[in-house]
Design a protein. Structure first.
Length: 240
């Protein structure tokens, strides 16, 4: 669950809805390699494991929704393992890419995102290290020959997170893996160089906006159920 503080409200995006936007970026990518279909599956399903946790999302002791970087790490390791196994059954290459993604969460995306880390990982560092070693045994401990595909999966993920977490109206720019993003209006961003095929500028994001107040986890779950997600249209424009 990706939570953004809007001042007097919370914006909540489920991980699987965030992954839907990642998938749409993959589908619209202009330069598609021979295994891009598997890469698109990986983009769409890289956060499948979260669907288990999001059946009963939690709030913290102050009644604030628990953001994805603050979850119990033991739970994260368990559901991520299950997600990787399920994806691998559908598409072994996509499963391998998601295995790399899962390990990379605890290794700053193998150099792409030095600030990334789950805030509670140090509490169970031994279990984290075991998970990373288990996944790295599948691909040799480094993206290696799959570096280009791995980097693209991270880019699709990070582009989606940009829309989930940034205040576009305040003009928050970003530099992601060689691409510059500049807000051009509400839910409108200019990206340069533009990596998308001609005409692929319309995307959307499912999100909920809830008034900011203290809630129990049970109240929060009930309110989520009573408030269907709204689909927000996004425009991604080519650079000037």
């Amino acid at each position: 669950m990706i939570v953004r503080d809007l001042g007097d409200s919370w914006q909540v995006v489920m991980q699987t809805d965030h992954a839907e936007l990642s998938r749409d970026f993959a589908r619209a990518w202009a330069d598609q390699g021979p295994q891009h279909a598997s890469l698109t599956v990986a983009a769409e399903r890289h956060d499948d494991g979260w669907a288990v946790w999001e059946q009963a999302p939690r709030v913290d002791d102050a009644g604030r929704p628990v953001n994805f970087l603050e979850v119990d790490v033991r739970s994260h390791l368990a559901f991520y393992r299950a997600g990787i196994a399920a994806i691998t059954e559908q598409d072994p290459h996509a499963g391998l890419l998601v295995s790399m993604h899962g390990a990379g969460i605890y290794k700053q995306r193998y150099g792409l995102d030095p600030g990334l880390g789950l805030s509670r990982a140090v509490e169970v560092q031994g279990e984290v290290d075991a998970f990373v070693a288990e996944q790295e045994a599948k691909f040799g401990g480094d993206p290696g020959e799959l570096r280009a595909e791995y980097d693209l999966l991270q880019l699709y993920d990070r582009l989606s997170l940009y829309f989930c977490l940034r205040d576009l109206e305040a003009g928050e720019e970003a530099e992601l893996q060689g691409y510059r993003l500049e807000p051009a209006g509400p839910w409108q961003v200019r990206i340069s160089p533009c990596p998308f095929a001609d005409g692929a500028d319309g995307f959307s994001l499912l999100r909920r906006v809830l008034p900011k107040r203290a809630r129990s986890s049970e109240e929060f779950l009930a309110e989520l159920a009573a408030n269907p997600a709204e689909r927000t249209e996004i425009s991604v424009l080519g650079g000037s």
